[in-house]
Design a protein around this ligand. Structure first.
Ligand code: NAP
Length: 268
């Protein structure tokens, strides 16, 4: 048994790899640094063949145009290579992601889909790290409630799905335990960091310019902004029982994440 982790060096992939390695499950990590490239389908076969199951994490985003076609091809390849199970990381309320989920399933390999709320770690391991350090969360979104989920919960759930302890061919919605607006997350971050963090709703060019300060290129920031404009309209303002159903324990809170992350020094 070998589990393939696509995006294995990334935020979710690395967490899943650590968990599987600790329990002695053999893994194969795949990303550009190992020769696997989503933009070069001829690099996929070497990664997939000889594995029994795969964690599928598409970068930059499963909801972007052109991704369903890639998911369809990957699903067919996984079926031809006799994979027994796929676990797909997806997002809540995203029409483009729905199309990618269906396309991957067309190959017929039993697939568990994990549809996640906004990651808490967007504030410390992704595009909001710099804004928190600068004290201003500039977002192209109204102050809607979101059910921020902890990536450690997502990784724990993915490991359960990859090691066959939950039903295959199911779709789970994973959220945190509470709904928070961005202004409320800013207040929690202010408390955790012991200095002011303020949320401001801004237009797309301001958001793109803010992210450029941290080296995020416009061709990544702009589609991200348009995705937020689409999904941050309140459609995901509900809690789900996905984490509790899979893990048998409550989801981790944003406050606990903020306190632990502030102590790590990443926002200092
Ligand atoms: N952020 C959120 O709040 C949120 C919420 C719900 C769902 N999601 C979904 O989460 C997914 C991202 O997950 P993540 O944060 O764990 O991933 P990630 O950390 O952004 O990226 C994982 C890895 O992908 C690799 N990669 C980048 N471009 C690649 C390419 N062209 N071909 C092959 N590998 C490539 C990179 O490694 P190399 O440099 O070695 O290639 C990177 O380490 C997206 O599909 C998104 O839709 C995100």
């Amino acid at each position: 048994m070998t589990i393939l982790i696509l995006g294995g060096a990334g935020r979710t992939g690395a967490r899943i790899h650590r968990r599987l390695s600790t329990t002695g499950v053999p893994t194969r990590l795949a990303s550009r640094r190992t020769g696997f490239d989503w933009d070069q389908p001829d690099t996929w076969s070497d990664a997939v063949h000889g594995t029994t199951a795969a964690y599928v994490c598409f970068t930059p985003d499963l909801a972007f145009p052109g991704v369903p076609e890639k998911m369809r091809d990957l699903g067919q390849l996984a079926a031809a290579a006799n994979l027994e199970r796929l676990v797909l990381l997806s997002g809540r309320g995203e029409e483009g992601a729905r199309m990618s989920e269906s396309a991957l399933r067309e190959g017929g390999v039993p697939t568990t889909v994990l549809r996640c709320s906004w990651f808490q770690q967007n504030f410390s391991e992704h595009f909001l790290t710099g804004p928190v350090r600068r004290g201003f969360l500039h977002l192209p979104a109204p102050d809607v409630p979101e059910a921020f989920v902890d990536l450690d919960d997502v990784a724990d759930a993915a490991v359960q799905a990859l090691t066959c302890t939950i039903p295959e061919d199911a779709t789970y919605e994973l959220s945190g335990p509470e709904l928070l607006t961005f202004a409320q997350t800013a207040a929690i971050l202010t408390d955790a960091c012991k200095r002011q963090v303020t949320y401001l709703s801004v237009d797309v060019p301001t958001f793109v310019a803010d992210l450029a300060q941290d080296g995020v290129p416009a061709d990544e920031a702009e589609p991200l902004a348009h995705l937020f404009t689409e999904i941050l309209d309140g459609r995901n303002a509900s809690l789900t029982a996905g984490v509790e159903n899979i893990l048998g324990r409550p989801a981790s809170s944003f406050s606990a994440y903020a306190r632990a992350t502030a102590m790590s020094g990443v926002w200092s």
